[in-house]
Write a protein that binds this ligand. Structure first.
Ligand code: HEC
Length: 181
């Protein structure tokens, strides 16, 4: 987003940024639980605790930074916004963030188009097992595009469907004809 421009410059425009920020949160992130997109692993609890204190985790999940850049962000949170993060937590936080919210994070948008999403993206959704991911991909290959996310229910069961439903959508359902070869 704005990084690289320097924090002082960013803070000068702080008011503007803060209002844009609130607007995005209110309109888009309603039912999407960004914390559920954080994979298990050492450091997850700390990220979920410290980094959700002041803002949505959306910007953390899609932060797409390497370890050094995350360390810089954490420093800035502490020095500019008085984030109560103990010094000795920065290492673990940045390691987790780089591993899961860095360049290797396959998720680039939310919600994701069910007819384009790949196995790596699907594997980040909460509660979806490897064989269910295979079933979704196979269904798409053999039966063509999904005409709605509701079709997933029969494929993966109701409880998993309800968990992953907010993260997926079908673009242009009307243009998808199931009878075409
Ligand atoms: C004490 C409150 C507070 C805590 C705790 C906090 N932040 Fe922030 N964070 C902010 C504020 C305020 C902003 C600036 C919002 C703006 O510029 O509109 C921000 C902005 C950000 C941004 C956007 C920066 C950019 O330029 O794109 C990221 C990424 C971020 N925080 C990550 C984190 C992470 C990771 C943690 C946990 C280690 C964390 N924050 C904890 C207050 C906090």
């Amino acid at each position: 987003m704005f990084l690289g421009e320097g924090w002082s410059r960013r803070l000068a425009g702080g008011l503007l940024l803060a209002s844009a920020w609130a607007g995005v949160d209110a309109s888009e992130s309603g039912k999407i639980d960004y914390q559920a997109l954080l994979p298990d692993g050492p450091g997850k609890v700390q990220v979920a605790t410290y980094c959700a204190m002041c803002h949505d985790l959306k910007y953390v999940v899609f932060g797409n930074r390497n370890k050094e850049q995350w360390l810089g962000i954490i420093d800035a949170m502490i020095s500019d916004f008085k984030a109560p993060i103990p010094d000795d937590e920065a290492e673990g936080l940045s390691a987790y963030l780089a591993a899961h919210c860095g360049p290797a994070n396959p998720i680039r948008e939310m919600p994701m188009d069910l007819n384009r999403v790949g196995g790596r993206e699907l594997s980040r959704l909460p509660g979806l097992k490897a064989e269910q991911i295979q079933a979704i991909l196979r269904h798409r290959e053999e039966g063509g595009p999904f005409s709605g996310v509701e079709e997933l229910e029969a494929l993966i069961g109701k409880s998993t469907f309800l968990k992953i439903k907010p993260y997926l959508y079908v673009r242009d359902p009307a243009s998808i004809s199931k009878s075409s070869p």
